[in-house]
Design a protein around this ligand. Structure first.
Ligand SMILES: NC(=O)c1ccc[n+]([C@@H]2O[C@H](COP(=O)([O-])OP(=O)(O)OC[C@H]3O[C@@H](n4cnc5c(N)ncnc54)[C@H](OP(=O)(O)O)[C@@H]3O)[C@@H](O)[C@H]2O)c1
Length: 245
């Protein structure tokens, strides 16, 4: 199976290296199309597949084409490649906000998978939600899920609207938790802990098993935890997350 990644930026490089490290794809099966000559030259030294600057040199040979350019670059890209696509090729788009129907219409293709990864995909800890058009076969979906799993975990959903929902939860989630932890560190320092102590207290407290233990051991909140819950109030936070979609 030949894979072409269009856009050799953060995500394009993440996918190429993850697929190769997982030994799911061989270097000779991997192609990257990058329009910036400087970036293409840098990529060609990274041993992550053959790097191309022109679509007609690589696109016709690909079975799976991953669209990893910024959404604002999509119309120009579609215009450039629409005359050279084949209906048997599968397109996997990770471009935020561009719907399957738009890709089908502008590219004139049927087999479209749309995925919403997140930033931790770049360190193999990602969460990806994906969906597809009806024409994508089960075998093609399994193949793509295996590829996405190399960057963390991936789940398939029937409804495309859930990809926008995933943007609020797994997409922006890591940043919310980061800012929340930063607030804990600041508060701990203001209350008298040294900076390393404040960081240790926070990192240990936010470890996944520590958080899960609350659900397992102490479902009923009491004392200071209840006071905190009354101030933070999970319901309004839930409402804010739902508005972000
Ligand atoms: N980064 C994330 O964590 C994340 C998470 C979820 C979804 N996404 C989605 O992933 C996509 C890529 O994001 P990114 O962070 O990897 O962006 P990026 O680092 O800017 O990479 C995009 C690359 O595509 C190149 N490019 C633009 N038009 C091209 C064309 N016609 N042919 C070939 N290459 C072209 C750009 O070159 P130039 O720099 O020269 O323009 C750039 O090197 C975006 O659509 C974004 O919505 C990203």
């Amino acid at each position: 199976m030949k894979i072409l990644i269009i856009g050799g930026g953060n995500m394009g490089q993440t996918y190429a290296t993850s697929f190769l490290h997982a030994h799911i794809v061989k270097p000779e099966e991997m192609m990257i199309l990058e329009k910036s000559a400087t970036k293409a030259a840098e990529l060609s030294h990274q041993n992550i597949g053959t790097v191309h600057e022109l679509p007609h040199d690589c696109l016709p040979a690909a079975d799976l084409i991953i669209l990893a350019v910024k959404p604002q670059d999509a119309p120009q890209l579609f215009e450039m490649i629409r005359h050279m696509v084949d209906p048997q090729q599968v397109f996997l788009s990770i471009m935020a906000g561009i719907k399957i129907e738009t890709i089908r219409a502008l590219l004139g293709v049927n087999k479209v998978i749309r995925a919403m990864p997140n930033l931790p995909a770049q360190i193999g800890m990602g969460m990806t939600v994906f969906t597809s058009s009806d024409e994508v076969t089960r075998i093609e979906l399994v193949m793509v899920q295996n590829l996405l799993n190399t960057t963390g975990k991936a789940i398939y959903v029937e409804k495309e609207s859930l990809l926008d929902a995933a943007t609020a939860i797994s997409g922006s989630g890591p940043a919310y938790v980061f800012y929340c932890m930063q607030a804990f560190i600041d508060a701990a320092e203001r209350m008298g802990f040294t900076a390393p102590e404040a960081e240790l207290l926070t990192l240990q407290t936010f470890k996944e098993p520590s958080i899960c233990s609350i659900k397992m051991i102490s479902p009923a909140m009491n004392g200071s935890t209840r006071s905190l819950q009354e101030v933070v109030r999970p319901r309004p936070l839930c409402n804010i997350l739902m508005k972000i979609r």
